[in-house]
Write a protein that binds this ligand. Sequence first.
Ligand code: NAP
Length: 470
Amino acid sequence: MNAPKEGICMAYESVNPYDGKTVRTFSELTNAQLEKKIATAAACYETWKKTPYAKRAVIVARAGELMRANVDKFARLATIEMGKLINESRGEVSFSANILAYYAKNAERFLAPVKLNPTHGEAYVESSPIGVIFCVEPWNFPYYQLARVAGPQLMAGNILMVKHASCVPQCAIEFEKLWIEAGAPKGLYTNLLISHEQSDQVIDDPRIKGVALTGSLAAGQSVSARAGKNLKVSSMELGGSDAFIVLEDADLEKTIPWAVWGRMYNNGQTCCAAKRFVVVDEIADQFLAKFKAALEALKPGDPMDEKTTHGPLSTEAALLQLVKQVELAVTNGARIVLGGKRLNRTGSFMERTILTDVTPENPAFRDEFFGPVAMFFRVKDEAAAIALANDSDFGLGGSVFTKDVERGKRVATQVETGMMFINNIDWSDAELPFGGIKDSGYGRELGNMGIQTFVNKKLVRTHDMPAPLV
Ligand code: NAP
């Protein structure tokens, strides 16, 4: 993106991927407008940091209630801007409301002073806010990603400035309005329609004290480097290529629906989606036949129609990239068992696709397919499944399906990721930490851990003793 010129840059665009029509366009902020917003946010911090938890909770809980009361309004915007199936959009809005309610209720307890037991005197660690936090967020969960930072950070006493993805400006603006309607003081939550260059300026600004990003590896590398140069604390929630391990004793009646959901939820555009299906030889043919049939049964169509089970990708650019990745995989020896092309219809639709014979030399082996493309691997046994799951640059999540839960737990322990799921891929809950290792980033969001990153852990010690002689 280019540096913005006063009022003429149209980088933020709402384009409906179902029909390719542009709904609205928005100008990026000028540097002068950006400066004013940062100043307002910094001023807001001076009062918000002293605002008691109970008062913060009223606003954060109210924002959650407003989301719940307007589920359809929020949901329709997400479906229009990025193609999410309408029922999934509604689910996302309700879940976002839950996250806000959860932190409104629990933040004070999570950040209560922790008493220590030194040999001499008394000591405790208290948690205090650090200031304005800058967040860069992706389009694939246009509200949940925002709630995931807003709930904990605002309750901790921090201030938020958020650069949302350029294809979901209406969702971003609606979420900002929510805070005004909830009674937030001016500057508590600010949406920033800014370029990448301006994002760097924000990170460099001394009034910004922390940086959180959810997005691709490339964005994470760029933004975390900038934060590091400025010695600012950061958290990075990046991509993944999660293994879906099916052991020979798995119950396929239960496993197949999870495999379909794991690959197809959000039209296949979830960071922790099941992307590599690693199946023990004994059950592999059966699994592949059933998985293929179940994918074939899905119905592409208007994501606004509740009967549709396969919607478009978020943008035409995302579709073109995915098609190119599949073509490259095939050029390098992968075999297509299902799909492989764009769907022959209007809109940015990708066929449900299964690739087999993806060898470690194939670039696809290490790639993240962000859409309805499943890689299928046949392995000889449990040990080989674990080895293949770990042969990835990513380390976000993963799952294992087996009738023996204890065996599932043993496998989970050996897979090198931030999250593992046994006989489910029920990925996210307000109470549970979310995040990865390796190229999937660092830090955790949600749960108690999700509120601890951007707070000062201050040691306070009392010890009545004479000063040592020098
Ligand atoms: P993306 O291109 O990295 O975009 C994510 C956000 O980062 C957008 O707001 C984007 O802004 C911004 N951005 C990109 N490069 C930037 C830079 N150099 N400086 C400042 N901002 C920058 O990712 P995406 O393709 O939209 O999202 C999909 C990726 O996110 C996948 O890899 C997925 O796995 C990952 N993801 C991870 C999680 C998790 O929790 N681990 C959750 C959801 C998604 P623009 O739109 O203006 O470019």
